[in-house]
Design a protein around this ligand. Structure first.
Ligand SMILES: C[S@@+](CC[C@H](N)C(=O)[O-])C[C@H]1O[C@@H](n2cnc3c(N)ncnc32)[C@H](O)[C@@H]1O
Length: 240
């Protein structure tokens, strides 16, 4: 389907890509020599290390913009939550997520339009979603997440790094990123703070492609420099 067809179509964009999501993302990520699983695993690992330093072990996790539910098993691997809920506006993506996790207890997926959670989750996670939300609607989405968190709950916000030329190169080759408007870290921090979040840290990940993986030991000490393909803002809803 062409971008012209999509612009006149009211179906959520990701419904057109849900079945081919893996093929489309693999096409873009081939330039890094890694799979989407590599990136998802490393994000979960970085988050679990950050939260463990803060002494936070989430019991209920929200995956905002969960897509086909790629991260769900990783929440189980890195944390021991009682419940994991995903929300997304793409019905087709949610269908795939449901099918993949059918019969798993404590896992649920819900359409964003029906998502009304209030003070339910002690961790919210969101990867690669906000560049698909038009800038005028981003604050509303952040406020939805803020409301869904318990006081003292954490928000792990992951976005593609606009400073990184490889990120832009890859996004130009991924069909579902044709609508993307990259989110600058300073704007994300400002919007998060405006909703009430306290920013804990901003860090960058994924500097070296697979061909240069021998240098990946340098990624943690370089994480404060805006070099990596993605950035992570960890923030917290204040207590009480
Ligand atoms: C690149 S995919 C990322 C999916 C998943 N987070 C992951 O890491 O595999 C972007 C997702 O954002 C979802 N999305 C787009 N607009 C959204 C919105 N306003 N609220 C929540 N999710 C949204 C899309 O439907 C899509 O599933």
């Amino acid at each position: 389907m062409s971008s012209e067809d999509l612009s006149s179509d009211k179906t959520p964009a990701f419904d057109h890509f849900a079945r081919d999501y893996d093929t489309a993302i693999t096409k873009g990520l081939k330039f890094t020599g890694e799979t989407k699983e590599y990136f998802a695993e490393k994000r979960a690992l970085i988050l679990s290390r950050n939260l463990s330093k803060l002494g936070h072990n989430p019991a209920s996790i929200l995956d905002f913009g969960c897509g086909t539910g790629t991260t769900t098993p990783l929440f189980r691997k890195h944390f021991s939550p009682c419940s994991i809920s995903g929300t997304d506006p793409s019905e087709k993506s949610l269908e795939i997520a449901h099918t993949q996790h059918a019969g798993c207890t404590g896992i649920s997926f819900i359409h964003t339009e029906e998502f009304t959670a209030s003070s339910e989750f002690d961790l919210a996670y969101c990867n690669g979603v906000f560049h698909h939300i038009i800038p005028a609607q981003r604050q509303e989405s952040i406020e939805l997440i803020y409301k869904a968190l318990t006081p003292g709950g954490y928000f792990s916000f992951w976005e593609n790094n606009p400073w990184n030329p490889m990120t832009r190169f890859i996004m130009k080759r991924v069909p579902f990123d044709s609508d993307a408007i990259l989110v600058w870290p300073r704007n994300a921090r400002r919007n998060l703070a405006r909703a009430g979040f306290r920013i804990i840290s901003t860090s960058y990940a994924f500097i070296f492609p697979s061909a240069l993986r021998a240098f990946r030991f340098l990624e943690p000490p370089l994480c404060k420099l805006p070099l990596g393909g993605q950035y992570h803002i960890l923030c917290r809803k204040p207590d009480g």
